[in-house]
Design a protein around this ligand. Structure first.
Ligand code: G3P
Length: 221
């Protein structure tokens, strides 16, 4: 399973990239708005300069013609760019045209198996089931990921499943168990994944023991 970082924050992306564990980035209008930057193209290009993998950037239009125009423009910014398009009838129409132009699409705001299937049939490269938002309304988001993965494998679809709307480290474990190709995680979750109280305690203990023995060695000299 690959990990993408779900953020538009440049510092977070720089740090995660240094760790060598993320192979792409996903953004959305809400994440971009958190950064208070209106220079959409500049932000996306800056992200592309930090990571070498796919960078998802979402269209803001809702009508098919302007969606296609916007997607063509955004995808011309960098070969790394993947266009995020919400699953709607207009979205599917746009995906079916754009995918024939070899523009990579990440079907976003996916909340059902049928939506995922339609995304594949229209030509999406990725589908993003939103796990946390389903959990929020009392559904099992990870069950949806598992069902989509199973059906895609059954038919040998090449479309990859991105477990999105990840809220905590256990979501990541569950996404891996479900066979998701990718989990896109917020920076906070990535940092939580690195830590374990026994690792922290173990490091402190090793340091303490070593400093005891090196003190003794100094005293003996
Ligand atoms: O990138 C889209 C998705 O991950 C959003 O997550 O936490 O806003 O539901 P969230």
């Amino acid at each position: 399973m690959h990990l993408f970082l779900d953020t538009a924050n440049i510092e977070q992306i720089r740090h995660a990239a240094k760790l060598g564990v993320i192979s792409g980035v996903t953004t959305n209008p809400s994440l971009l708005s958190l950064e208070g930057r209106s220079d959409y193209k500049a932000v996306i290009l800056e992200i592309c300069s930090i990571v070498s993998g796919p960078v998802s950037a979402e269209v803001l239009s809702h009508e098919v013609g302007s969606m296609i125009e916007e997607a063509r423009e955004i995808s011309s910014w960098s070969p790394q760019v993947v266009i995020k398009i919400p699953i709607t009838p207009f979205g599917l129409e746009a995906i079916s045209i754009l995918s024939k132009e070899n523009i990579k699409i990440n079907l976003t705001l996916c909340f059902s198996v049928n939506q995922a299937l339609l995304g594949v049939l229209a030509g999406a490269t990725y589908v993003s089931p939103f796990v946390g938002r389903l959990d929020d309304i009392g559904h099992n988001g990870m069950e949806l990921v598992a069902e989509i993965v199973q059906i895609f494998a059954h038919y040998n679809f090449s479309t990859q499943v991105i477990a999105a709307s990840i809220r905590h480290p256990l979501h990541c474990v569950a996404a891996a168990k479900a066979g998701a190709h990718i989990a896109t995680v917020p920076y906070k979750v990535l940092m939580e994944m690195t830590s374990h109280p026994l690792t922290t305690a173990g490091i402190a203990r090793f340091r303490e023991d070593w400093s005891g023995i090196s003190q003794e060695a100094k005293q003996e000299k």
